[in-house]
Design a protein around this ligand. Structure first.
Ligand code: ZN
Length: 459
């Protein structure tokens, strides 16, 4: 919990203070979050449809993490982890629909960049990534003028041009692939189903229905077209980076907060489960001069909590952000020693919804180590173990005698040890953080409506 302590006494910093031995000292950083995009629906992750030409092109000169695992299946906690390096449980934002703010004591990635002399700008779809929940902290500019990438793209490009002569950290986020799936006719045609109407998906995964619809294939097609739309706008941004001559001095990370379920495990949407289709996200990282050969990294990694340490280390900003750094997996020779392989580091994903509601089985935590994974429903006290090496879709639970089931006790201990900051558990030892979430329940009506528009219930 020392990591959550206030960092008020920080040394003065500036753009010239980047560590010279960093991979890309003083470089700009662009973090792109394509909301609700599952890894296996992108071309660079082997998908059969051409959903992601822009990200694929980026990936050709980037490190691609083949097994990047999100820490949460819904927007607020996954982005909270992405911006703080802390587990959603430690941030106290696991439960849905509790919708609590990020604790004030959690140091934000944008604050690190700002203190290091970077210009900081965010252009997001709002909703669960809006300033209300604490995401604007550290940003000079925090724009959320609409839910999709295109709604904020002009602002992002203007800001980029304005700040191109100084180090900058830019966060770009869009809900293009989030229900209700929005796609242009051009994107549907490009994928070969121009005859499909967006209306085909209307009402999909509503408040009551959690049954596999007869037109599920059409709905998945519309989801794919919506990914392609998001990709097109991300591509527009990446093109501008090139045109401005910034690509050679800009680290770019493209990821997602979570995936989407299409009845692989009996449900749709996201939020409630932590199976592969919801927690396996893209993670594509371009570092000028380091990843031009397009390395493919097979080791499973924590996607969300690795973001701050990785980005800051790459550009040489001294920091004490929690969360593992992926930089050791990128360098030449990094694979030569076993110590560089984080395979044995457990990866946690967690959801917290009420059992019975919309098909939920209650709070669930997954622990992944290498190819093995334990999914533990804590209220049910039931466990499912999978070996993703032979069963990547997590469809056939291992027999109950398998050793993975013995992780359950350790997982409970981990959960207990990482209790948050809300007056229970470690919160008792961190009084300063005790009232961090105060006022979290007062969500402004306008924001509530935006969350309803995104299909969230009871906001
Ligand atoms: Zn999301």
């Amino acid at each position: 919990m020392a990591l959550l302590a206030s960092c008020s006494e920080r040394p003065a910093a500036g753009p010239g203070t980047a560590r010279p031995d960093a991979a890309c000292p003083g470089c700009n950083v662009v973090l792109v979050s394509m909301d609700t995009v599952r890894a296996d629906h992108l071309g660079c992750y082997g998908y059969s449809r051409d959903t992601s030409p822009s990200v694929d092109q980026l990936a050709a000169g980037s490190a691609l993490f083949e097994q990047a695992v999100s820490q949460s299946p819904w927007t607020l906690p996954a982005h909270g982890s992405m911006m703080t390096g802390l587990q959603p449980r430690v941030l106290g934002v696991v439960r849905y629909p509790a919708m609590r703010r990020l604790p004030q004591s959690a140091r934000m990635l944008a604050e690190e960049f700002k203190d290091a002399g970077y210009a900081t700008g965010a252009f997001t779809g709002g909703g669960f990534v809006s300033a209300h929940f604490g995401f604007a902290r550290g940003f000079d500019v925090y724009q959320a003028d609409g839910r999709r990438f295109e709604h904020n793209m002009d602002g992002a490009l203007d800001w980029l041009r304005l700040n191109q002569d100084r180090p900058f950290f830019l966060f770009l986020h869009g809900y293009n692939a989030h229900r209700p799936y929005y796609s242009s006719l051009a994107d549907r045609r490009a994928l070969g189903f121009g005859d499909l109407s967006r209306r085909e998906a209307s009402g999909f995964c509503g408040r009551e229905k959690r049954e596999r619809p007869a037109n599920l294939d059409a709905i998945v097609s519309l989801y794919d077209a919506s990914i392609r739309g998001g990709d097109r706008h991300v591509g527009r941004f990446l093109d501008e980076l090139d045109k401005l001559g910034l690509a050679d001095k800009t680290v770019v990370l493209v990821t997602s907060d979570h995936g989407e379920e299409f009845f692989e495990h009996g449900n749709c949407d996201h939020v409630r489960f932590v199976y592969a289709e919801v927690v396996n996200v893209p993670l594509v990282l371009r570092v000028p001069g380091l990843t031009d050969h397009g390395p493919r990294i097979k080791e499973p990694v924590s996607a969300s909590i690795s973001v701050p340490s990785t980005l800051l280390e790459l550009v040489g900003v001294e920091n004490s952000m929690p969360g593992p750094s992926l930089v050791g997996l990128l360098g030449a020779g990094a694979f030569d020693t076993a110590s560089n392989r984080p395979t044995e580091t457990p990866i946690y994903s967690e959801a917290g919804t009420a059992a019975g509601k919309l098909g939920s089985r209650g709070p669930v935590i997954a622990e992944r180590r290498g190819s093995q994974k334990l999914v533990r429903y804590t209220d049910e006290d039931s466990n499912e173990a999978y070996d993703l090496g032979v069963d990547p879709g997590e469809l056939n639970a291992l027999p109950s005698r398998h050793g993975v089931y013995s992780w359950a006790a350790g997982l409970d201990e981990w959960a207990e040890a990482n209790q948050l900051l809300d007056g229970k558990g470690q919160g008792r030892r961190n009084k300063a953080a005790k009232n961090d979430h105060e006022g979290s329940d007062e969500i402004p009506e306008e924001l509530k409506q935006k969350l309803r528009d995104l299909g969230y219930v009871d906001p």
